[in-house]
Write a protein that binds this ligand. Structure first.
Ligand code: ZN
Length: 674
C-alpha cells in the first residue's frame, strides 16, 4: 500500500535535474487518455559485466510474470488479449477501416490496463468497433490461433459467447475494483482474486484464521485466490504446482541465474528465499525473504518481484504481481541518505500525539534509483516512488527500503515541458513562476519524505488490528504519508540540512498539491463519477479538509475570474498548521484503528465531486490536449556472447515502439496463452 504515483500531471519546468540528451525522443505513442513514453537508463554502460548480467537475468524474471497480473485483473483478460492480438496480426482488410481502428485502440487499451479495465479508473473500456466486425474476424481465424480450451472441447461459438459479453456488454464485469460504501465489494468487483464467494464469507474466513495475538503475523491472503470448494471457503496459492505454475517456473529459472551472479552473499540469500517462496507458497518464507531484502542496503542492483500491492483487491488482501529491476543512482542518493539519517529527529518533532510515535525509527533506508525494467503492476503505468515491504511488523522491527525512480521522473518532466497546464489552472503569474522555479526539487523532496519517512513514521497502539481501517486503509495511509511530507517540506530543518536553498521552495509544492487535490486531478475522472482511487481520494480529502477548516481565516480561497475557477493560497504558514492538525488526526485514526472516524473523514472530504466544477475543469483541460495518464515502454536488452555462449556484454536500445513491444512480450513471455 505504499506507492506514489505521478501526481503532477504535467508541469513546465526549467529543470536542473533534467537529462543532457536533448535529442532523445520521449514520446512513443498516444491514444485514448494515454501517452506512452520511453525512459533512458543512464549509468547502465558503467556497470560491471557481472552487474549487467545480474540486471539482465532479473529483467527476464520480471518479464516472465506479465500474464499473472493480466489474469489476476480478470478471468477473461488473457483470452481477450490473445484473440485481439490474433485478429490484429492476421487482419487482411483495410487497416484504416473504422472498425479495425477501433479494435486497434481497444487492444492498446487492454495492453495498457493489463486487462479490460482502465488501470486507474477501474472502469471497463468501451469498444469503438462492432460486435459483428469482431465476430467475423474471429471466425476467419484458424482454430489453433484462438484461446480454445481443448480439454472442455470449446468451440469458436462457445468462445464468442463469452468474449462478446465480456467486451460488448457494459453491465457485465463493469468495474475491476469496486469501493462503493455499503455494497458487496467482492460480488461487484470483476477482479479474479475471488470466485463464488461473498464479501461476508471472505471476511468470516479470514477472521477465523487470523491469530490476533501473533505479534509477527503473515500477510494473510497475499498470494492466494479465495474460492468455494465443496461448499467450503478455501485459498488457492500462487506457486509452482499451484495457480500460475508455468510463469512462476520461468521466473524461478531466471532468479536462479541471477543468484549465480549476485553481488554479495546477502543478496544471493534473499534471492534464494524468494525462490523458496515461489516454490512452496509459504507466506512465512515470504516474510523471511522480505526481512533479508529490507536489510540488504549495500548492493547496487536491486529488484522487486512478487505479489506486492493490494490495491487490486477490494478487501486489500491479495497482492498484484509486480516486478521492477533497478540500480543505485549514487549522486542523487546523497539527498535521501541525509533525510533518512535524520529520521529520528523528524519522528520526534512531528505534530502527532507522543503515544503514536516510534521511540526508535529503525532502518529507514532510502535511495535514488535508476529503473532498468518495469513489469507486472508497474508496467506500462509506473510509480515514481516505492516503499517496501508492506508488512507492518517487519517495517517496525527491520525497517523498510524506500526508493525514488529518478530516470522515470525525469522522463515525465521532459515530456511535460510546455504543456501549458500550470498557465491554465494556476491563479496567476506569481504561482506559475513559483512552480517553474521550485517544483522539480520540491516534488522530489515530497516523494522522498513521503516514502522514506512518512510511511515509516508512527506506530499502532498495542492490540490494534493493522487491517482495522479496511477499505479506507490505503487512502488513509497514503494521506498520512503525504501529510507528513507536506508538514516537513516547510520546515527550516531542510534548509539547515542543505537540501533546500530557498525558504520559498515548499510553497511551490503546497500550491500544486492543493490545486491538484481540488481541481486538476478531476481531469482523471469521467463526468458524473465520484473519486475512487486511493491516492486521488487522499489528495482530495486533504485539500478539501484544509479548504473547509481554513475558511474563517481564508487560508485557501476559491476565486472566480471570467467564468473560470482558481485556487488561491493566502497564507502558506497557516496552511502548514492545517496539515499538522490533520496529520495528528489521521495518525490517531491509524494508531487506534478508528474505522468510523476514518470512514467519515474519507467519505466527507475525499469522495464526492462538484459536478459543475468538474465539467469546467474537464473543458479547460481538453483545450490543452494533454493525455491525463502516462506510461512507459521498456528499453530492449541485447546480449552479446562469445563462441562458447558466454555473455561478453549487454547493450540497451530505445527504439522499440509500443505495439511491437507488447506483441513481442506476448510472443516471448506468455506461457499462459500457449
Ligand atoms: Zn505512499
Amino acid at each position: 500500500m505504499r506507492k506514489l504515483v505521478f501526481a503532477t500531471l504535467a508541469v513546465a519546468l526549467s529543470s536542473t535535474f533534467a537529462m543532457a540528451q536533448d535529442d532523445f525522443d520521449y514520446t512513443v505513442d498516444r491514444f485514448a487518455d494515454i501517452e506512452v513514453l520511453r525512459y533512458q537508463v543512464p549509468g547502465f554502460d558503467q556497470l560491471s559485466l557481472n552487474q549487467k548480467k545480474l540486471v539482465y537475468f532479473l529483467t527476464e524474471a520480471a518479464l516472465q510474470g506479465r500474464d499473472i497480473l493480466t489474469d489476476q485483473n480478470g478471468k477473461y483478460n488473457l483470452a481477450v488479449r490473445q484473440t485481439l492480438e490474433q485478429v490484429y496480426q492476421n487482419y487482411r482488410g483495410d487497416r484504416d477501416d473504422v472498425n479495425f481502428k477501433g479494435l486497434e485502440l481497444y487492444l492498446k487499451q487492454v495492453w495498457f490496463g493489463n486487462g479490460i479495465h482502465h488501470h486507474y479508473a477501474m472502469d471497463k473500456f468501451v469498444p469503438q468497433f462492432t460486435q459483428e466486425f469482431f465476430d467475423a474476424q474471429v471466425r476467419a481465424l484458424p482454430a489453433d490461433k484462438l484461446p480454445l480450451c481443448k480439454a472442455s472441447g470449446q468451440t469458436v461459438d462457445d468462445l464468442l459467447k463469452v468474449l462478446d459479453k465480456v467486451i460488448f456488454d457494459p453491465t457485465y464485469m463493469a468495474k475491476r475494483v469496486n469501493q462503493a460504501d455499503g455494497e458487496d465489494l467482492i460480488l461487484t468487483s470483476a477482479t479474479n482474486l475471488y470466485e463464488g464467494v461473498t464479501q461476508q464469507e471472505v471476511e468470516a474466513y479470514y477472521d477465523g484464521i487470523k491469530d490476533m495475538s501473533d505479534p509477527t503475523p503473515i500477510s494473510y491472503g497475499l498470494n492466494t485466490k479465495v474460492v468455494k470448494e465443496n461448499g467450503k471457503v478455501v485459498e488457492k496459492p500462487y506457486k509452482i504446482g499451484g495457480l500460475y505454475s508455468e510463469p512462476i517456473v520461468n521466473i524461478v529459472y531466471w532468479l536462479q541465474q541471477a543468484a549465480s551472479v549476485a553481488e554479495s552473499d546477502a543478496q544471493r540469500d534473499y534471492i534464494k528465499k524468494l525462490i523458496d517462496f515461489y516454490t512452496t507458497g509459504s507466506l512465512k518464507t515470504f516474510d523471511d525473504y522480505s526481512i533479508a531484502w529490507a536489510e540488504d542496503t549495500k548492493d547496487d542492483v536491486d529488484f522487486i518481484n512478487g505479489f506486492i500491492e493490494s490495491y487490486g483487491d477490494p478487501l486489500g488482501m491479495t497482492g498484484s504481481w509486480e516486478a521492477m529491476v533497478n540500480f543505485r543512482n549514487n549522486d542523487a542518493s546523497t539527498r535521501t541518505s541525509i533525510i533518512s539519517g535524520n529520521a529520528q529527529w523528524f519522528e520526534d518533532h512531528s505534530p502527532v500525539d507522543p503515544r503514536f510515535k516510534k521511540k526508535n525509527v529503525k532502518g529507514v533506508s532510502a535511495k535514488v534509483i535508476t529503473a532498468a525494467i518495469l513489469a507486472g503492476d508497474s508496467y506500462p503505468s509506473t510509480p515514481i516512488g516505492i516503499n517496501l515491504p508492506n508488512s507492518n511488523w517487519i517495517r517496525a522491527a527491520h525497517g523498510s527500503k524506500s526508493v525514488t525512480l529518478e530516470n522515470i521522473t525525469d522522463a515525465y518532466d521532459e515530456a511535460a515541458k510546455g504543456s501549458g497546464l500550470n498557465e491554465e489552472f494556476a491563479y496567476g503569474p506569481e504561482e506559475v513562476e513559483l512552480m517553474k522555479k521550485y517544483l522539480t526539487v520540491a516534488d522530489k523532496l515530497h516523494t522522498d519524505l513521503h516514502e522514506c519517512l512518512g510511511h515509516a513514521s508512527g506506530q499502532l497502539l498495542p492490540g490494534v488490528d493493522p487491517d482495522a481501517l479496511k477499505a479506507y486503509g490505503s487512502t488513509l495511509e497514503e494521506g498520512r504519508a503525504d501529510l507528513f511530507a507536506l508538514y516537513y517540506l516547510a520546515d527550516p530543518k531542510l534548509i539547515e540540512l542543505g537540501i533546500f536553498k530557498s525558504p520559498d521552495t515548499y510553497k511551490a509544492e503546497y500550491y500544486k498539491y492543493i490545486m491538484n487535490g481540488l481541481m486538476t486531478q478531476l481531469t482523471r475522472i469521467e463526468p458524473g463519477k465520484d473519486i475512487e482511487e486511493s491516492h486521488m481520494r487522499n489528495r482530495k480529502f486533504i485539500s478539501e479538509w484544509c479548504l473547509q477548516h481554513g475558511k474563517k481565516d481564508k487560508v485557501i480561497e476559491i476565486v472566480k475570474r471570467k467564468g473560470k475557477t482558481y485556487v488561491k493560497i493566502n497564507n502558506y504558514e497557516k496552511l502548514r498548521g492545517l496539515f499538522a492538525e490533520l496529520l495528528a488526526e489521521v495518525q490517531r485514526i491509524k494508531s487506534e484503528g478508528d474505522f468510523e472516524a476514518g470512514r467519515k473523514l474519507v467519505e466527507t472530504y475525499g469522495v464526492k465531486v462538484d459536478p459543475k466544477l468538474h465539467k469546467e475543469v474537464l473543458a479547460r483541460y481538453e483545450s490543452l490536449n494533454i493525455a491525463p495518464y502516462k506510461g512507459f515502454v521498456n528499453p530492449v536488452y541485447h546480449v552479446k556472447r562469445d563462441k562458447s555462449g558466454n555473455i561478453t556484454d549487454i547493450k540497451l536500445t530505445y527504439d522499440e515502439n509500443y505495439v511491437d513491444q507488447m506483441l513481442r512480450y506476448s510472443r516471448d513471455y506468455s506461457p499462459l496463452t500457449k
